[in-house]
Structures are given as structure tokens and as C-alpha cells.
Ligand binder design. Sequence first.
Ligand SMILES: *Cc1c(COP(=O)(O)O)cnc(C)c1O
Length: 340
Amino acid sequence: MSFNVDKLSILYETPVEYLPRISRELGVEFYMKRDDLTPLGAGGNKLRKLEYLVKDAMNKGATMLITVGGGQTNHGRQTAAMAAKYGMKCAILAVDEYPGELSANMLIDRLFGCELYLKKPDGRPESVQLKELTESVIARYEALGEKVYYIPVGGSNVLGALGYFDCAAELDRQARSMGLGAARVIDTVGSTGTYAGLYLGLKDVRSDLHLTGIAIMPFGEKNFARLEKYMNEVKDRFGMDAEVDPADFDIETGYVRGGYNLPSGEVREAVELMASREGILLDPCYTGKAFAGVMDMIREGKIARGEKIIFIHTGGMPGLYTPAHRVEFEKELMDGVHVL
Ligand SMILES: *Cc1c(COP(=O)(O)O)cnc(C)c1O
């Protein structure tokens, strides 16, 4: 199914690769879809959503993109890259502490010419503080004559979901051509736009792929209800005929390891394993945590020995350089640094 919705066309098909050393070590057939290699701003999954969102902004005559997230948001970095490419202004707003140095995604955001607004948390609900911050910054730029296009957290709104709706068809086609038509697809779940798009898109092409999400922050009843509502909104807006059935949502919620972007030794081990066996960099907030979850699922028998899995690498590599993670890596890895 295709829709009469405008999008930019900067992405090409990302590869699906077999990872032989990881497969041998984990006892499964491990494949990876390399959405970390999408071709702008250090890559990642948000570009697929932004192809739709930024085109919509341009159609509406916007001169500036404003988005929100954590201070180290990957989505913000990719939005900033898009803004640079298409000659728009950009700002990222966060209720977050300044980490004491300009590094990781925040450094890259500034290279793209994007402004950062970090509001120190004051103890009130984060959503309330973020709403105030967003309203005041947007009003400020509008008063300066900018036409602002607001993009919600993770680019996960109705339009953004189409990015992974499209990706589902691409992935299904690739998987079938590789004899992986009934494999299990692993998706890292944050703001849920990727999962929602994949879910609807896989149904649309009547795929036999099984979609498993791994949540990287607390995900409960409310989140499942919100996800169902979100998917139905996407479905209704674009007249999709896929049935949204919460009974076949498959999202693992037990591998959160404390909360969003918190340092975890198990996640660092997972990042190190992938890096040292395949030369592929995961990140400590999203994909490393999801991969640590996959390793647990294999140990626990939730993923069977020999099972074919396609792990979607959604990007995030700059997160390795966030101070909170880097200092922990340093403690563990200094033993191989020989200062002579
Ligand atoms: C945003 C992000 C995700 C999660 O995608 P959602 O659509 O927000 O669920 C996963 N991995 C990385 C690296 C991300 O930046």
C-alpha cells in the first residue's frame, strides 16, 4: 500500500548482514539491518521519519525545526542534520542537566548549527516543564519572524510512523530474498514510532516476519494502551486496512536495567561483545541495551537455539561518548591502554 504523502528522498535501502562470529557465540542465526548506516548526520532510525516530517515542514513554509528529547537525543541530532542540509534553523529543547562538557550528540548538534536549550529539572513533572519550555522558546523564535515546525519526541507522530511503515516492506523483501521470510525482527523501543510503523507495515505486506520489541525504559499498561491508540490513529489517517490487535504486540519490558540511558555493566558488556566480534558499534542507551536483552532472551530460552533473528541497528553511536557512559567504559578498558 502506498499513500499520497510527500516525502524527501535521501535514503537508500540499508543492508541486511549476517554476523557469523556473533551467531556462533550466541548459538543463533544473527542478522543485522544496518539502519545505523542511513546517510546523514551519523545515521540512525530517525531519518526515515524525518523524510516525511521535514518535507511536511517545507510544504508548510517553515523556516525552523524545533524538537525535544533528552539532552543527548539521537533524534535531535538527526533533525539538526536535516535542518542543516535543507537550510533551516533548528533548536533542540530538553529538561536535563548540562553534563559539564559539550560532547557526544550535543557537540554534533552544535556543529550542525543547532541551538540547544537545557532546562535544569526543578522537581515538577517533566512533561509540565517541557511544555512550558517548548511554548516559551517557540514564542521567542516566532517573535523574531521564524515560522516554526514542531516535531515531537522521537519524531513519533502519525506522519513519522510512515518512515518505518515503508521500511517494513523493504525489510520483508530483503528477508524473503535471503531465506529469512519467517525470522524474528528485533526492534529497540523508545518513543514507539519505529515499532508502530514496522507493525503496521509488516501487516500491510502480509509478512511472516515476527516483530519483537525490547523496551529500553519502563513500559507498562499505559504505554501499551497509548501504543494501540497511536497505531489506530496512523491507520485511520492513512486508511490502512491492517488490524491493530494488542494481543499480538510483542514487547519485552523486563530488560530496562534501571531506566532511560542509565549506565549498566551488562549493556557495556553487550556493546563490547558486538564491537570485538564484528567491528560494529552499538550504543549504551538504546541498541546496546536491546542487544543485552537479546542475550538474556537466548539464555532464558525465549529465543530458541538456532533461531533466525534480524536485529535492527537503529544507530546511536555518539552516545558512547556521553560522559556518564564513557567514564565507566574507561574504568573497564584502561587495562589495555599501555602508556609508555
Ligand atoms: C530513537 C531511537 C530508538 C527508538 O526508536 P523509537 O521510534 O523512538 O521507538 C532506538 N535506537 C536509537 C539509537 C534511537 O535513537
